[in-house]
Every structure is written in C-alpha cells, then in structure tokens.
Design a protein around this ligand. Sequence first.
Ligand code: ZN
Length: 157
Amino acid sequence: MLLTPHTFVGAALGASIPNPVIAVPLSIAMHFVGDIVPHWDFYSHTTKEERLRGWRPVAVMADLAIGVAVGLIPTLYALWVLNNPNMAVNIFLCGIGSVLPDALEAPYIFMNKDKGFLHWLARFQSKMQYQAALPWGLISQVVVILVSLVVLLNSIR
Ligand SMILES: [Zn+2]
C-alpha cells in the first residue's frame, strides 16, 4: 500500500486512541493489515531495477512527502489549536509507527543483503502484499483514506 493511506490510518489511530502504549503498537500492526487490503502501488509487478530507476523513486518520494504532511498536520493541529500535547505526540508516534515497516525496509531495497532482520522483514512484507489492478487498487486505498479521515475528524476535537 502507498505511504499516504498508511499515515492516514496512523493519524486516525493516534487521534482516537489516547493511550500510546496501545495506539502505537496497533498502528504498526495496522500497517500489515493495510498491506493485505488489495492495492496498487509503484512497485506492483516490477523488477528490482525498475524500482531503483526512472519515475518510481520520484513517485515514492512524493508519496512520502504527502504522508509526512498527513502525519504532521493533525499533530500540529492538536498541539497548537487544541492545546493537547499528549494527543499531538500520540498522533506523531502513530504516524511513524504506521510506516515503520516500510521505513525499515527502504535501506534494504538499496542494499544487496540476503540475511538478517531487514531481509526477513522485506520477504515477509512482500508475501503479505495483495496486489489489485487499477483502478480498483487505488479505489481500495481511497476508501481506507476516507474511513480514516472520518475517524480522524471525529476524534480530533
Ligand atoms: Zn508495507
């Protein structure tokens, strides 16, 4: 799944579950659940060479930038508008947790290692990815974003 819907899920969890001891591990777990949702992403049906060249790394960076904004906007809103630093920290940590498995995997894509925790994580994640062709592979993610947005907007007040 793209990073943007992952961060929407994280922000929604951070805003709706006040206890970070529950919310942060849950947002990490929900990353894997998100990848089970049939989706299309920039790496769908690509070779390792295709992943490293051309437009795909640029698209990943753009997705990452949007994802960071999705995490930071409610964080800053909770901090500055709601004066709720606990919620702000919680949303921030859940936003990081929601993309942590992919963030850990990113350096692995650029390395050529075939053992260790990152290798295991990358293998595990690629097995847990369920691909869907366009447009369904994007529609599923739009639904994830909309549901998360409803939860987020209802919680952050
Ligand atoms: Zn993932």
